[in-house]
Design a protein around this ligand. Structure first.
Ligand code: FAD
Ligand code: FES
Length: 345
């Protein structure tokens, strides 16, 4: 039996047991506690927290961009890398009171490939059918970790579908990198009928429904996936909040799901889809997605924003949206950090 220690989170007053081989973040996820995080690999600092009490904490390998030595000396830690060897108390610096206790415990799953098709010239639409268990419940906007066959590595991918409509199915939109460990395998080897191991669901990129604020979605590349899940869920449940989806792509060959998004404009009369191309001329919006948002939106105070895609786009969008009046804690985002990012470990 592994040694366990108590971890208490303040100011929320939640206590969990953490085994020494687990990270604090992983133990919390297994117990349905949804803590803020991004990469889970010590690269992005989304899980940075402060140790109020306890010293015996060790960290797996992490980037000093995410946790500079001076901050570690002051008492900051990364929950996705931290193992505890005594009882500790942690102050959460970023947390969402609406979400923290609403987590679904993560599950191990095996799924079979039903479809693996190109949806743009470099993004694939992967559809999996769950074998064991036969269903995984997730909130729209969440993601799973998929094991890369034949390796110890996992990669995170956001579901594009909803588990209320299709509990036995998981749908993903995945960008292919020429040397990508998982995405190259996906593009060249993974066939219908093959099986994949997954674990999840993870993530807090989920719709906050305690109020009726206007919604602004900003996405780029495969950031389409979780936003599509959120929009599909709104349509299924008839949530007709005023909502705009700004989607940035380089050229028209990078656009996907356009017909479905146009159809959603009819199902959700207060929803607008605004695609923009940064490198092609066409009769739609042209420019970087942040510039297009800046042209159309002047005052966004009171709006809830959901931003998802490559880290530079997400960072630029957070800056812009804050300048346009959205409170920082009402900007929800998933950065699709990759292990190959230049600011990685
Ligand atoms: C919470 C979360 C959710 C995610 N959801 C999705 C999703 O729904 N869809 C999706 O496609 N991805 C998603 N990602 C990213 C995904 O997990 C992988 O990191 C990504 O697919 C790359 O994995 P890989 O194994 O193919 O490439 P890796 O082997 O990790 O990288 C391969 C090579 O590609 C290069 N490379 C990596 N990133 C870039 C880049 N941005 N630009 C240029 N070169 C690059 C690297 O330098 C490296 O040489 C998500 C990430 C997170 C953290
Ligand atoms: S989630 Fe811990 S550093 Fe990214």
């Amino acid at each position: 039996m592994a040694d366990k220690h108590l971890v208490r989170f303040e100011p929320v007053g939640i206590e969990i047991e953490v085994e020494e081989h687990q990270t604090i973040l992983r133990a919390a996820a297994e117990q349905g506690i949804m803590l803020m995080h991004g990469c889970k690999e010590g690269q992005c600092s989304s899980c940075k927290s402060f140790v109020l009490d306890g010293d015996d904490i060790e960290l797996d390998r992490y980037s000093t961009f995410a946790l500079p030595d001076a901050e570690r000396d002051e008492g900051y830690t990364l929950l996705c890398r931290a193992h505890v060897y005594e009882d500790v108390t942690i102050e959460l610096l970023n947390y969402d009171e609406d979400m923290i206790r609403s987590g679904l415990p993560i599950q191990q799953a095996v799924a079979e490939v039903v479809a693996n098709d190109l949806v743009t010239h470099d993004m694939r639409h992967l559809v999996l059918h769950l074998i064991e268990p036969q269903e995984v419940t997730f909130f729209p906007g969440q993601y799973m970790d998929i094991a890369v066959p034949g390796t110890e590595a996992t990669r995170s991918f956001s579901m594009a579908n909803t588990s209320t409509r299709e509990a036995g199915q998981l749908e993903f939109v995945i960008k292919v990198y020429p040397d990508g460990l998982f995405s190259h395998f996906l593009a060249t080897q993974l066939a219908v009928g093959d099986r994949l191991d997954l674990v999840g669901p993870f993530g807090v990129f989920t719709l906050r429904e305690g109020h009726d604020a206007d919604l602004l979605f900003v996405g780029g590349g495969a950031g389409m996936a979780p936003i599509l899940s959120l929009l599909r869920s709104m349509a299924e449940r008839g949530i007709d909040r005023s909502a705009t989806f700004y989607y940035g792509a380089r050229g028209s060959r990078d656009l996907c799901f356009a017909d479905e998004l146009r159809a959603l404009e009819h199902r959700l009369p207060r929803f607008r889809y605004v695609p923009a191309l940064s490198e092609d001329h066409w009769d739609g919006e042209v420019g970087l997605i942040t510039d297009v948002v800046a042209t159309h939106e002047k005052d966004l105070s009171g709006t809830d924003a959901y931003v998802c895609g490559p880290p530079p786009m997400v960072e630029a969008a957070i800056d812009l949206l804050s300048r346009l009046g959205i409170e920082k804690d009402r900007i929800y985002y998933d950065k699709f950090t990759t292990t190959g990012d230049p600011d990685g470990p």
